[in-house]
Design a protein around this ligand. Structure first.
Ligand code: HEM
Length: 462
């Protein structure tokens, strides 16, 4: 027995020694060893779970680099790119690779095919009245609210409505009654961490499911029940046409060609909408509101633009998306907030294709993972989007990446811009928001989505 234990010990020591030699030799022989980054990123992916580092090209793992260069956007994400999404995306999806969805499908051709199937459903159209009613009620009580949480209720009900023509019901009491925010948050924590070591995703996800911590299970059962209900209604309506909403159109596509557009496609499109389109919209809306609350001069400027453009006999709620798009200061406030606080906070990784790629004079061999982080931290200054200097505008626009870029740009971008353009004018026109603790810095948590934690305000009617 003692002999067996010492053989096992020798074997373990030998494996550890060989692995260490391999890691050190790989780091020394690495043609990209000149790229700066944290020391431990030369040897292991694990440091990525905690640190931040700045520079034009930064090593973030032994085989992964974060790039800060707008010209690289086209190379990595441009339409027709052959770059695969990086292995990080694996942990966000179904462990069964045949059940991928638009967000997690890594193969460029498969991804393009999937995207073509649903692209027409995302052309842009609200829960404004209900949200304003809730704010009116809370304003009457003087009770402080967490603005991010309330906007999350708005965004969740919004995306439920847009996708399934059914609200989840968060705006009824502005509470996470179904535990869905918590579920999505634990899913994001899981995906952002396990994405770093995505090889363990098939085992880790099974283990979590056994422990009853599935993350998305609430959402899946809600979506499943709504789809079943709608299918039944459509069947009863046979010959009588379909409703003109997202879910009817997607089910009609499935009915027309169930092999090309399978029920799994229907389900994963709806789930992806809700996972991808709720928190990111609420984080972006919170960013717009936070910076306006923090900058009273800019808030006053926006309000005077709204006063000026509001036609006699109309209310602020009558402003259409088209009207809002013609308000330069409003659009600059939104764009600037998404610039200084993009909803996602990790590099959007892509695997370098065969033949390699040269970026900022550095050659990255095939198989290396490179990506651009959407964060372009700067002072909040909407005015910088309102200049006439085309060259300067195009330079700053090159760094604007909150929705990603090219072939994998956010498919829900128009929907969320519409939601923001409709809601922000109403909020700033109807209400005052006063931070409960203005002396506190903004606190955020990065779980791939960078969530604000402490935008606590008292709301009052203007
Ligand atoms: C302000 C709100 C939003 C922001 C900031 C945002 C941002 C992003 C970003 C950065 C990506 C990742 C691109 C990549 O991995 O390279 C993405 C992808 C995606 N978003 Fe959004 N998003 C928002 C709202 C929405 C909404 C409302 C929907 C659905 C209705 C949606 C659906 C998707 C989908 C399906 C993808 C995957 C697209 C693909 O890979 O082809 N997003 N979004």
């Amino acid at each position: 027995m003692a002999q067996l234990a010492s053989v096992a010990l020798v074997a373990i020591v030998a494996i550890v020694a060989l692995a260490s030699i391999y890691v050190v030799v790989r780091a020394i022989a690495d043609p990209l060893r000149g790229v700066p980054g944290p020391f431990w990123a030369r040897f292991s992916r694990l440091w990525y779970l905690r640190e931040v580092y700045e520079g034009p090209i930064v090593r973030i793992t032994p085989n992964e680099y974060s790039i800060d260069d707008p010209a690289a956007e086209k190379t990595i994400y441009g339409l027709g790119t052959k770059f695969y999404k990086s292995p990080w995306y694996i942990a966000s999806g179904n462990p069964d690779p045949t059940n991928s969805d638009l967000f997690t499908e890594r193969h460029p051709a498969q991804h393009a095919l999937m995207r073509r199937k649903v692209a027409n459903l995302y052309s842009a159209n609200t829960l404004l009245r209900l949200f304003v009613q809730r704010l009116n009620e809370v304003a009457a009580t003087g009770r402080p609210i967490n603005v991010q949480h309330w906007l999350q209720c708005y965004a969740f009900d919004g995306i439920g409505y847009i996708t399934l023509s059914k609200r989840f019901g968060f705006l009824d009491r502005c509470e996470d009654a179904r535990g869905m925010f918590t579920s999505l948050h634990s899913y994001l924590k899981y995906a952002s961490r396990i994405g770093v070591v995505s090889e363990v995703h098939p085992i880790a996800s099974k283990l979590l499911a056994k422990l009853g911590s599935g993350g998305m299970s609430h959402m899946m059962s809600f979506v499943g029940a709504q789809l079943q209900d709608r299918q039944q209604r459509l069947a009863e309506k046979e010959g009588g046409g379909t409703d003109d909403d997202f879910v009817s159109r997607i089910l009609a596509q499935h009915k027309a060609d169930p092999e090309k557009f399978t029920f799994t496609d229907v389900f994963s499109t709806c789930i992806t909408n809700i996972g991808a389109g709720s928190d990111k919209t609420s984080i972006s809306l919170s960013a717009v509101m936070y910076h306006l609350i923090r900058n009273p001069n800019m808030l006053a400027e926006l309000r005077s633009e709204l006063d000026e453009k509001l036609q006699p006999g109309k209310t602020i709620e009558d402003f259409s998306f088209q009207d809002a798009q013609r308000l330069p200061y409003l659009q600059a406030c939104i764009k600037e907030a998404l610039s200084v606080h993009p909803a996602t906070g990790l590099p959007l990784g892509g695997v370098v294709l065969s033949g390699g790629a040269e970026i900022l004079g550095v050659f990255f061999p095939a198989g290396t993972v490179i990506g651009i982080n959407t964060w372009d931290a700067a002072l909040y200054r909407p005015e910088r989007w309102l200049i006439n200097d085309k060259q300067q505008l195009s330079r700053i626009d090159g760094y604007y990446l909150p929705f990603g870029h090219g072939s994998r740009t956010c498919i829900g971008k128009n929907i969320s811009l519409l939601e923001m353009s409709k809601l922000v004018p109403v909020l700033v026109y109807r209400f005052d928001f006063d931070l409960v603790r203005p002396e506190e810095e903004l606190e955020c948590q990065n779980v791939w989505f960078v969530k604000q934690k402490n935008i606590n305000c008292r709301v009052s009617l203007r």
